[in-house]
Ligand binder design. Structure first.
Ligand SMILES: O=C(O)CCC(=O)C(=O)O
Length: 262
């Protein structure tokens, strides 16, 4: 096996911990799982200084008994539906159910979700809790329901112009565990070939909050792949801030070209 391929395999295994003594700050550029307040402050400084990608994983953000009743309530009471998207002019049904909350509609994959402006009271409570934990405010929410292991979301970045530059995305998971995968954007000379890029896999458990910050949407794509063994339902709530589409932009325009599929 060539050195390059071997390195890619090793990097593609599991999420890395923040190195204990990473002498050169500019090499700290992937994923940090925060343990202490001081690590958090260090990462904020590093991210601001070097415009880096940053993930924060808060497992147990919701205690299991609370997460249990919240999951049942949202499953039963949100207006779930299946969205039709378009790829190269062909319509396809998303392999998951969704609903969208906020003041503005949200366009991706050439179709638009109308905004539910009346937030479910539980979603308002969760938004407040997520805002307090993240220190960010959010005006919109995309809710995903994966009915079983066959539901999924393909490789994409949340980089529509309407999300602004360097968006913070706060992703709260309820229900069965699914693996959230990330892959780094290849350098331009690799012409979109992801064979050797760095990869990270994070199992998102019931009640976990994942924060994606800094340049994460510029430099990485993410997905939740199909699984072929039994998986129960899972709800994922991604809080975002949406801005009116910039002047002259078609709704759903990406800042860099990647497609949310299927
Ligand atoms: O379900 C997840 O964890 C990811 C959802 C996602 O990538 C999205 O809504 O853009």
């Amino acid at each position: 096996m060539s050195d390059k391929r071997q390195r890619a395999r090793v990097q593609g295994s599991w999420a890395k911990q923040l190195p204990k003594h990473s002498g050169a700050l500019h090499t700290v550029h992937t994923v940090y799982i925060h343990v202490t307040f001081w690590e958090l402050i260090l990462c904020v400084c590093v991210s601001c200084r070097f415009d880096l990608s940053r993930l924060r994983l808060l497992s147990g953000f919701l205690p299991p008994e609370e997460a249990d009743w919240m999951f049942s309530k949202l499953l039963a009471e949100l207006p779930w539906s299946q969205k039709t998207n378009y790829r190269q002019g062909e319509a396809y049904e998303e392999p998951r159910l969704t609903c969208w909350y906020g003041e503005l509609p949200y366009t991706y994959a050439h179709s638009t979700m109308a905004a539910n402006t009346q937030w479910h009271p539980l979603l308002l409570t969760l938004r407040l809790a997520v805002e307090q934990a993240s220190g960010c405010s959010f005006n919109s929410l995309l809710c995903n329901l994966y009915r079983d292991g066959h539901d999924s979301i393909g490789w994409h970045s949340d980089d529509e112009a309407s999300l602004g530059s360097k968006p913070v995305i706060a992703s709260l998971s309820l229900g069965d565990t699914r693996v959230f995968s990330l892959r780094k954007q290849p350098p331009p000379e690799d012409n979109g070939d992801y064979t050797y890029v760095e990869r990270i896999r994070v199992p998102l458990t019931h009640g976990t909050l994942l924060l994606m910050e800094g340049a994460t949407q510029d430099d990485w794509q993410h997905q939740v792949a199909k699984e072929y063994h039994d998986r129960g339902p899972r709800i994922n709530l991604t809080f975002r801030t949406i801005y009116p589409e910039p002047e002259g932009h078609r709704p759903g325009t990406k800042i860099r070209f990647t497609s949310k599929q299927p």
